[in-house]
Ligand binder design. Sequence first.
Ligand SMILES: [Zn+2]
Length: 411
Amino acid sequence: MLKKNKKCIICSNPRLIKYLDLGKIALANSCLNKAGLKRPELKFPLRVYYCPACHLAQLKDWVDRKMLFEDYAYFTGASQPLHEHFRKYAEDVYRKFPTQTKQFILDIGSNDGILLKHFQKLGAKVLGVDPAKNVARIARRNGIETKALFFNLNVAKNIVKEYGHAGIITANNILAHTNNLHGIIAGVKKLLDEKGIFIFEVQYLGDLIKKNEFDNTYHEHICYFSLFPLVKLLDIWGLQIFDVERVDTQGGSIRVFAGHKPLLFPVNKRVLKMQNLEEENGLHNLKTYKKFGTVPQKIKKKLLKLLIGLKKQNKKIVGYGAAAKGNTLLQYCGIGTEIIDYIADTTAFKQGKFTPGTHIPILPPEHIKKNLPDYVLILAWNYASSIMKNESWLKNKNVKFIVPIPKVTII
Ligand SMILES: [Zn+2]
């Protein structure tokens, strides 16, 4: 179930250096049902390593992919802010690339079809590929043709035979979740039309480090990208990045645009500028990573001091958002039901379950009304502003919010 990788995923450098160690924890997306609470829970080391050769940050302890993704409990469509994000994404791509969007559009890791649905509305022919069978089934039910597979070169070859080449290939929050980067990019190279565009989003390591987002580390999240290693990876496969944009999903991400070499598009200045900025900001320097490795302990100390102090005053504390990052944070800090009564979450299939490792009940947000807390710890801090807006009535009831990242704050 656990594989120990020895070399850098992109450049095969064997000398990887550990900079972050969160100990042994349960898989962040594996919420438990009642029966699951009685069984022994599997825990795996969660450590992140830096490659000084290509600057990719990565896990070396790989949990079996089937265990992680075949019954994946993350539906992008369940998240309202993401809906809006992908609607704008589709419209933006449609406006910028009118020729390419006339051909079919393939989305790798298409989840419940959240992005493809918007492309379809605009008139595009679409196809999704996603390894999670349960999620692919839902996408198909929503009218999005979806293959329940891990995308790779072979899958790409079969798609070319059946559908021809794709004008646009998208892959959002997928590259970080794979140890088969070369397989995916080889497939993209094969499937992409000669004038086609490969567009992908990844969480941005520059933001993760700058904003202390250590809880964005979990076993599903194998690679942590700055722009530099992506340039290198695509170059190996004869692809080149011609533009990059900052987007604010997932605590700070980048949207990257690439095409076949030689490029048919001018390279935007932003591409070089971002790489230069990465070097200036220390992302090519081990010291930066080692310093980041000390962040979790500092946040843990502050957060526990605050929460334990509140419990001593008999304050009632609940969590908000049983997100993967929240499960990393709770497990690393050792926060369980002695501190948090329950976690409110709008996602229906998580409700009635328990958080991995810490076994805190997950309940619908309506529960807060019935059982008013004194404090709400926002675990899905990337949605903190929309959560506080949706639950603004709590302010009138004198309930306070605690946001743990980038630093422990009471609002
Ligand atoms: Zn490397």
